[in-house]
Design a protein around this ligand. Sequence first.
Ligand code: FAD
Length: 395
Amino acid sequence: MKVLIAGGGIGGLAAALSIARNGHRAVVLERAAAFTELGAGIQLGPNAFHALDRLGIGPAARACAVHVDALRFMDGTTGEQVVSMPLTGAYRARFGNPYAVVHRGDLYQALLDGCAAHPGVTLSANRAVTGYEQTPAGVTALLDGGERVTGEVLVGADGIRSAVRERLLGDGPPRVSGHTIYRSVIPMERVPAELRWNSVTLWAGPRWHFVHYPIGRGELFNLAVTLDDGAPEVVTGRPAGRGHVLARFPGLGGTARRLLELGADWKEWVLCDRDPVDRWTDGRVALLGDAAHPMLQYAAQGACMALEDAVLLGDLLAGAGDDVPQRLEKYQAERRERAAGAQRVARALGERLYHPAGEEAAARNAMLSSLTVDDLHDKVAWLHGARVGGTGGPR
Ligand SMILES: Cc1cc2nc3c(=O)[nH]c(=O)nc-3n(C[C@H](O)[C@H](O)[C@H](O)COP(=O)(O)OP(=O)(O)OC[C@H]3O[C@@H](n4cnc5c(N)ncnc54)[C@H](O)[C@@H]3O)c2cc1C
């Protein structure tokens, strides 16, 4: 079969690789002029590494990742550590893979190399999909400019403002979260040696939180600081002055402030998500990744879920023929609740753990610090421990 994929982000490339490895041709139609991934760091749970292994690029992804030792949760107001979840020993043994942080560009390059090396994948830039038409026998992607590309399946992996989703569901623009995030990446050599912790560290304050971790094989330091300011409109990657960023977080002090002050060339986003929906498919068309289930980044699982989607979709399309619609229904049925759970938990983490103030923050600290290491691992097991597409290892 020829499978058309709208969008060449992390989800689209992973889908192409998965589909091609299952014996079909995959054609990726990307709107941008080139296949690139902007942005900074990204956290990958063990579930993502399981998916990357199934795509044959686990070793390449591991080689560029920093395997962090802990997820640390700090009270940003007092500067005290509330809880630290170890990610070594028992965690790796239980979930079978590391928890790691990578530069998005490095992860993307591993996917791109995997696609380039597979004769079944065709990458086509400057191709904006605007909608689709289908018959019982096939589906046509409609492109900006009037071109039509025909295949047997269309995967909408075109992100949070997906044109394929708009045609499939017509549920309008995503929800503006009202949270502004500022991100910066600096050379690790600028970070004082005693603050180069091998962890993902989160400082939680009233209506704000600050996350930092090493990326780029440990040579870079990723900073992301978020404010629940009710921002009404979408912002994507607008440059923000250092003074402006520092002034927006007057309550962020001590060590966290020392780190925040290191940030340079800040960029600003106002984030969006959507509520979970029941339908991701329409005959020969299916949604994947952010097009299907966009979520806030607070559970650090959006890309992990896209990778899982891709593995399962490829597996389910192996040997498909006239039964494509039924196979896509199965894909939706197997993925929907899990992705919806991640969407919900991402929002809940922001509200209940990252942004409370006063007594609510004190109650949060008491609850978190009462948890044992096993309790902490139990809480993330449903997300981090999943092995989507079976335990079959690299194909
Ligand atoms: C600040 C932030 C931090 C995050 N941190 C994490 C993290 O730590 N861990 C994690 O797992 N996830 C994280 N995420 C989420 C993750 O980035 C996304 O879930 C993931 O990148 C989604 O991939 P995608 O391929 O589905 O969509 P996108 O990455 O949005 O890719 C969509 C692609 O489709 C193209 N496109 C768009 N429209 C069209 C069209 N009409 N026709 C053709 N092509 C089109 C776009 O150019 C793009 O290349 C974070 C997100 C944000 C915003």
